[in-house]
Design a protein around this ligand. Structure first.
Ligand code: GLU
Length: 453
């Protein structure tokens, strides 16, 4: 990526040098810094104190050993991480990811993105991320419990309701959060349920948290459509993934009269031309993940008479709106060409960094599509986590309607402040740059106000 600003180029090159072998981290730094160029040009005070050099360096990061025993009595050693990236505007906050391919660079990239995203929610939460290279696939409940207990035994001394509040991410759902909270409570001897979010409803979880990321993404999409004078009804939507985020998005899309037609996983994708629109279909998608259904995609296709395309991604399917909800870098140049070639007008990122920088620049450069960035679009998940923290500290439970209304308001505001920030810098309706500028401003102000450390 080309830097026009010499200071930012230097910050980027230093970060690459200091973080060898972490391509995802380099990718997000380069993407964020280039978007911030107009802000850095206009604010020389940031360069004066090397604010950006500080911004790309996590405040701290822990690496720990996680040892656990499987059901056959064999022992395993995994590695765990927690990256407390930026705590300038609130306690560190961000999910925990359990996935075989997780490494230090992936955790750092996610923590960096989380800082901007959390700021955009308008709520007081800093940025963090954690995880492990543990592979949850095919593990029994007892194995997952032993792993989670061991993970929390290492992590508990670094977190707390006013310190750092982890949550779920890929491979970490309600079951894992429950096991981790149980272990935290046992170790600390206190009922500090504000230490984790995404909890079950019986011990302090928030209504609408499971739906929040997907619902929030669709609320954001509705704001984009409002801006372009378009209607969501009847729009064909191509989505990837089949986890909690995809499910929430599909559910809300169906409710608003759109027609979600695909879901996908490592095994391939399902194309359901009739639309994943009935309660029965939407519930099936929910159960695929929560029940750890084996061959769930093929089972969906068979049950509902849809097409299953093994080993393929859904991006060759023609749609009006594309929503990648699965994982980082799932859309590279080839996929970007398929998507733009369909004539679609909307590319709405949902997963964290689902698009390679090259593909993102290509799609933005075409000028035929509105491109919306995940940092803004998926912020409703962590936003409702912050509402869960508020309920926990108040020892109250909000109704589903209350949480949903707050989530909706939050997404309207995120779209608005992003569009306004882009306008302020003469960039037009550029949601990608606008989100970064808006998210950055609050963190930068807080860091400047608090002095250097
Ligand atoms: N893992 C989700 C995210 O990336 C949720 C984080 C949270 O709720 O703290 O935003």
């Amino acid at each position: 990526m080309e830097f026009k600003n010499a200071y930012l180029k230097k910050v980027y090159e230093e970060a690459v040098r200091k973080n060898p072998g972490e391509p995802e981290f380099h990718q997000t730094i380069s993407e964020v810094l280039t978007s911030l160029e107009p802000v850095i040009d206009r604010h020389p005070e940031y360069e004066k104190v090397d604010l950006m050099g500080r911004m790309v360096e996590p405040e701290r990061m822990f690496t720990f050993r996680v040892v656990w025993q499987d059901d056959n009595g064999d022992w395993h050693t995994n590695r765990g991480w927690r990256c407390q990236f930026n705590g300038a505007i609130g306690p560190y906050k961000g999910g925990i990811r359990f996935q075989k391919n997780v490494n230090q660079g992936i955790i750092k990239f996610l923590g960096f993105e989380q800082t901007f995203k959390n700021s955009l929610t308008g709520l007081p939460i800093g940025g963090a991320k954690g995880g492990s290279d543990f592979d949850p696939a095919g593990k029994s409940d007892a194995e997952v419990m032993r792993f989670c207990q061991s993970f929390m035994t290492a992590l508990y001394r670094y977190i707390g309701p006013d310190i750092d509040v982890p949550a779920g991410d890929m491979g970490v759902g309600g079951r894992e959060i429950g096991f981790m909270y149980g272990q935290y409570r046992r170790l600390k001897g206190v009922f500090e349920n504000g230490v984790l979010t995404g909890k079950g409803l019986s011990y302090g979880g928030s209504l609408i948290r499971p739906e929040a990321t997907g619902y929030g993404a669709v609320y954001y999409l509705c704001e984009v459509l409002k801006h372009t004078g378009d209607d969501i009804k009847g729009k064909k939507v191509v989505l990837s993934g089949y986890g909690n985020v995809t499910w929430g998005a599909v559910k809300k899309l169906a409710e608003l009269g759109a027609v979600p037609v695909t879901i996908s996983g490592r095994a391939g994708y399902v194309y359901d031309p009739a639309g994943i629109t009935t309660d029965e279909k939407v519930d099936f998608v929910y159960r695929m993940r929560t029940e750890g259904m084996k061959d769930g995609l093929a089972a969906y296709a068979e049950k509902f008479g849809a097409e299953f395309h093994p080993g393929e991604k859904p991006w060759s399917v023609k749609g009006d709106i594309y929503m990648p909800c699965a994982t980082q870098n799932e859309v590279a140049m080839k996929e970007a060409e398929q998507i733009s070639g369909s004539g679609a007008k909307y590319y709405i990122e949902v997963a964290n960094m689902p698009t390679s920088n090259e593909a993102l620049n290509y799609m933005r450069g075409l000028g035929t599509m509105v491109v919306a960035p995940s940092k803004a679009v998926n912020a409703g998940g962590v936003g409702v986590s912050a509402l869960e923290m508020a309920q926990n500290s108040e020892r109250l439970v909000w109704t589903a309607e209350q949480v949903d209304a707050e989530l909706h308001r939050m997404m309207i505001n995120i779209h608005k402040v992003s569009a306004e920030a882009a306008e302020e810098y003469g960039l037009g309706y550029d949601l990608v740059s606008g989100a970064k500028i808006a998210g950055f401003k609050k963190v930068a102000d807080a860091m400047m106000a608090q002095g250097c450390f």
